[in-house]
Structures are given as C-alpha cells and as structure tokens.
Write a protein that binds this ligand. Structure first.
Ligand code: CP
Ligand code: NVA
Length: 308
C-alpha cells in the first residue's frame, strides 16, 4: 500500500479497488473496526475552511478508537510562520498521521517527503482525492457499473474535476468534461489521467458545450464556479459560467436514471438550481456521508502500521 494519500494517480488499480471494497465492509459493519486505531492521533492541518472534511476525519478517528487534533488556518500559518518541512519534522514526533488542506499542492508533497508518518491530502488547489474516492464509492452504491458508465462534469476544471479524472482513469469509466474556454482542466493532469487510462480503457472527452457532455450521461457532476482562494474572481466567473448551470433542462439530456452529484458546499442558484439538487436524482448527501467511510478506510490502510 502507498505510504501517503496525495493523489489517486499514485494508486495501483488494485489499491483503487481495495479502497472501494474495504469501504463497503466498514460502512456495513463499523463495529468491527472500533478499536483499530486505538491510541493513534491524527493531526488535521486546515489552511482553508471546511465542514465535511473536518467532521468526517474527526468523527472517523473517534469511530476507529483514536483521536484527532484540529489546527485552524490561524494556528500554524504554514509557509509563513514555518515551512511544511519543519512542520512535518515536528509533527512526526507527536502524532501518527497528518491530514492537510492547503492551497499549493507542493506544500502537501513537501510535508509528506519530510515526515516518517502518513500524510493525507484533504484538498489542495490541484486535487481533492478523498472526495473523488467517496464519489466513486457513491456511484458504485447507486448501482452504476463503474467500467461502463459515462460521468459528465460541468463547470470549472478545478481540483475536484482533476481528482475525478484520475478516479475515472482508474475505474475505466468514460468522463466528459464541459468547461468555458480558458477554464479547462490542467493539461498535465489530463495527460497523466490519459496515461493511467491505458490500463483500463477509460476515455476522456473535453468540450465547451455542457449539452454535449451531459448527453446520455449516467451521472452529472458540478462544483462551485469560484473555489476557495478565488473569491475575488467571483463576479467575473459568475458571468462566464452562467451557461454551465446544471438545471432541469440540462439534466433532462442525461439518462432518465442519471444521478446528480456535487462535492458541496453548493451555491444554489449559481452552478445548480434548487430543483436539481433537491430532486430524487440528487445523491449529494450520500457523497457527504461516504466521505466518512472512505476516509476511515484510507486512515486504516495508512496508519495501522505507524511509520512509512
Ligand atoms: N466537500 C468538501 O470537501 O467539503 P468541505 O469543504 O466542507 O470540507
Ligand atoms: N473546488 C472547491 C471544492 C470545495 C470542497 C474548492 O476548492 O473550494
């Protein structure tokens, strides 16, 4: 098993399926895992706000018999008060694992390289791998065959989109991404995902036309138009992204049994209408729940043995 969880790209096909399979068992019988991380401590470094990530990592550790320590953005001030390297060299003396949510992806890499303990990426500007693992677990639970489904992602080619591209490559599903011009996913990520997909036969399709992406899709996914750190661009983006709203008219182009997905938080009335997010097709709160189960799996796989 990998020593850190920084990107789905780093997982072997076996590890990708292992996480999904083990999550199913943990979700079904959580009592069997109650003491698996007894006396272990996870440090949670947050350089950005959070509801789901904070709750699910903290509750996950409690359910596995361990503890979590929350560090707010004002505490460490990583990069400003201390380098990721020095933060890691301190942390490894006290705790058994680190979860990090930050801006620059390089900070998560530097932290992981500096420490003997596992580091879990809980969102960077580049990637959100825990989210995409929970999303693919949710798709599997919604009776979708991961090897043959079509996932449509509509909106900004951001961190969530990047991790979905990697998860799609590992699972072999088709992914169609519709973004405005200039907001496409990072070409380096698309290339890496393309290389991963040579093993599974997945295909990536990029377009600037939301209808084309959603046509015949089994799942339609969107995320906020301005991510954390892009608040200043909010108004400009709202104008550019307006044709990319997931509303009933767009959902109707997908298969009739298609699910609607969103990592949350949602900006209702912007990237998605109330009608869609509150519809029977929406699985957004299943996705949020599954963050807990998937991250328990990831923590168990990485932290049951203490050092890298
Ligand atoms: N989806 C997600 O990561 O939510 P939070 O930002 O609230 O943690
Ligand atoms: N793309 C969003 C995801 C939030 C969970 C952001 O980075 O703010």
């Amino acid at each position: 098993m990998i020593e850190d969880f920084l990107s789905i790209h780093d997982l072997s096909l076996y590890e990708f399926s292992q996480i999904l399979d083990m999550t199913e068992k943990i979700k079904e019988q959580p009592q069997n895992y109650r003491n698996k991380l007894k006396d272990k401590v996870l440090a949670m470094i947050f350089q950005k706000p959070s509801l789901r990530t904070r709750m699910t990592f903290e509750v996950g550790m409690l359910q596995l018999g361990g503890e979590a320590v929350y560090l707010a953005p004002s505490d460490i001030q990583m990069g400003k008060r201390e380098t990721p390297h020095d933060v890691g060299k301190n942390m490894e003396r006290w705790v058994d694992g680190i979860m990090i949510r930050t801006f620059a992806h390089q900070e998560a890499i530097d932290l992981a390289q500096a420490t003997r303990i596992p580091v879990i990426n809980a969102l960077t500007d580049l990637l959100h791998p825990c989210q995409a693992m929970a999303d693919f677990f949710t798709l599997r639970e919604s009776n979708k065959d991961l090897t043959s489904l079509k996932l449509a992602y509509v909106g900004d080619g951001n961190n969530v989109c990047h991790s979905l591209l990697f998860a799609a490559a590992k699972s072999g599903c088709r992914i169609s991404v519709a973004t405005p011009q200039g907001y496409e996913p990072d070409p380096a990520i698309v290339k890496q995902a393309g290389q991963d997909s040579e093993e599974t036969g997945e295909s990536v399709h990029l377009t600037n036309d939301p209808s084309e992406a959603v046509e015949g899709a089994d799942a339609v996914y969107t995320d906020v138009w301005a991510s954390m750190g892009q608040e200043k661009e909010k108004n400009k983006r709202a104008r550019i992204f307006a044709p990319f709203q997931v509303n009933k008219e767009l959902m109707d182009k997908a298969k009739t049994d298609a699910v609607f997905m969103h990592c949350l938080p949602a900006h209702r009335g912007e990237e998605v209408t109330d009608e869609v997010i509150d519809s029977a097709q929406s699985v957004v709160f299943d996705q949020a729940e599954n963050r807990l189960h998937v991250q328990k799996t990831i923590m168990l796989l990485l932290m049951e043995k203490r050092n890298k």
